[in-house]
Design a protein around this ligand. Structure first.
Ligand SMILES: *Cc1c(COP(=O)(O)O)cnc(C)c1O
Length: 390
């Protein structure tokens, strides 16, 4: 049986080879320390787990949920936006629940992309923006995120013919994998492009709560005009260590939220209501759970960046997300080569940046999802190797 073209043409999973390499090493008894994992290692906070236990014992949660989400959930998201960002939302028309933000990100192109329309997608970036746009039949214009632009999207350098055919721009700040953050002027510029060329902006704010200095990340919706052209995706996954629970939201432009809802009614049946109730508990908490999560990542970040720089690397401290986007030492030609050499010599794994797009070729991504004693062990192994001595 022949697969449909849309499936056959999906780009290959770049990490399949890497997974094989890591698994083989483990089978051979290597004590692997992987900085490749973009999934919090800390458990979901107890107050949320307790709330789940109670909710799941209530039979009223056991039926089909509604695709748009419990009103109480959308209201909790609304209150959280108001407190965190001073943004007012209408829970009836401007908020929709998602089975994790990935679900909404993957469905959005199906709402706006006709055959051969363009989606504008950052490179490097979260792979779903690209693959979902292709699955929807669209074309993808990659927007290189460059160090000299502080890893911000630069629309000035995109061909005007493509901007005219663009239907959708994906943005993501704080950014995975570069850890870059964006300010109000940047978002304003993006909004003026969206208005001029009539495309939608989808801002992915999965890491809005993971930050280490005083400059709290902005919501896209705080910026004037944002709601005319776009929506923002949010998630409890990274903020509350809830990646396995599958719960998130999209908020913003009423028409876009409605279109996303119409796709969803035809494909899924919403989030288990016990999970929505636990998510309400999470959002209504006092913020201390997020604070202690960020403290953990911050200590790890300091330890690993200081340690690696002492060994002779030259990398910067990320101010948000749990990723370090590190330019490889000069003596290596690609992130893949460097990553392979590090792994073979030490059993320590850094993700080659090319996995997130061609622009990542000279980088590796180091995730802060490894505890401090393992970080110390990794540093010790690197110190005793020849990695930084060439
Ligand atoms: C983790 C992640 C998501 C997905 O979050 P879910 O809500 O768990 O689906 C979305 N975007 C980026 C950039 C991420 O890193």
């Amino acid at each position: 049986m022949e697969e449909a073209k849309r499936v056959k043409n999906l780009p290959p999973y770049l990490f399949a080879e890497i997974d094989k390499m890591i698994n083989k090493a483990k089978e051979n008894g290597v004590d692997v320390i992987s900085f490749g994992i973009g999934d919090p290692d800390q458990p979901t906070p107890n107050y949320i787990v307790d709330s789940m236990i109670e909710a799941v014992q209530d039979p009223s949660t056991h039926s089909y949920p509604s695709y748009e989400g419990l009103y109480e959930y959308r209201d909790a998201v609304t209150n959280w936006y108001n407190e965190r960002f001073s943004v007012d939302l209408d829970p009836d028309t401007e908020v929709i629940s998602l089975i994790g933000s990935k679900e909404g990100i993957a469905h959005l192109p199906f709402c706006y992309i006709n055959q051969d329309d363009y989606a504008l997608v950052p490179d490097p970036g979260y792979p779903v923006y690209n693959t979902a746009s292709l699955l929807a039949g669209g074309k993808v214009e990659k927007l290189p995120l460059k160090k000299e632009n502080n890893f911000l999207v630069d629309l000035d350098s995109v061909d005007e013919e493509i901007l005219k055919k663009a239907k959708l721009l994906f943005l993501n700040y704080p950014n995975n994998p570069t850890a870059a953050t964006a300010n109000e002027d940047f978002f304003k510029e993006m909004i003026s492009y969206a208005k001029k060329y009539d495309f939608i902006i989808a801002h992915d704010s999965a890491y809005s709560e993971i930050y280490y200095e005083d400059n709290k990340p902005l919501s896209f919706l705080e910026v004037e005009g944002a709601r005319d052209v776009g929506i923002e995706f949010g998630s409890l996954s990274k903020s509350f260590n809830m990646t396995g629970w599958r719960v998130g939201w999209a908020v913003g432009n009423e028409k876009i939220i409605d279109a996303l809802g119409r796709i969803k009614t035809n494909i899924d049946s919403g989030i288990f209501e016990a999970i929505q109730k636990s998510a309400i508990t999470a959002l209504n908490g006092n913020g201390s759970a997020i604070e202690s999560t960020c403290d953990i990542y911050k200590n790890r970040r300091n330890k690993i960046v200081d340690g690696l720089n002492e060994l002779g690397w030259n990398i910067n401290k990320n101010t948000a997300t749990f990723y370090i986007w590190a330019e490889i030492p000069d003596s290596y030609s690609t992130g893949e080569e460097f990553s392979k050499k590090v792994f073979e010599e030490t059993g320590v794994f850094f993700t080659p940046g090319i996995g997130y797009g061609d622009e990542g070729n000279k980088y590796v991504r180091i995730a802060l999802t490894v505890n401090e004693s393992r970080i110390e062990e990794a540093l010790e192994r690197l110190k005793n190797s020849n990695i930084f001595k060439g």
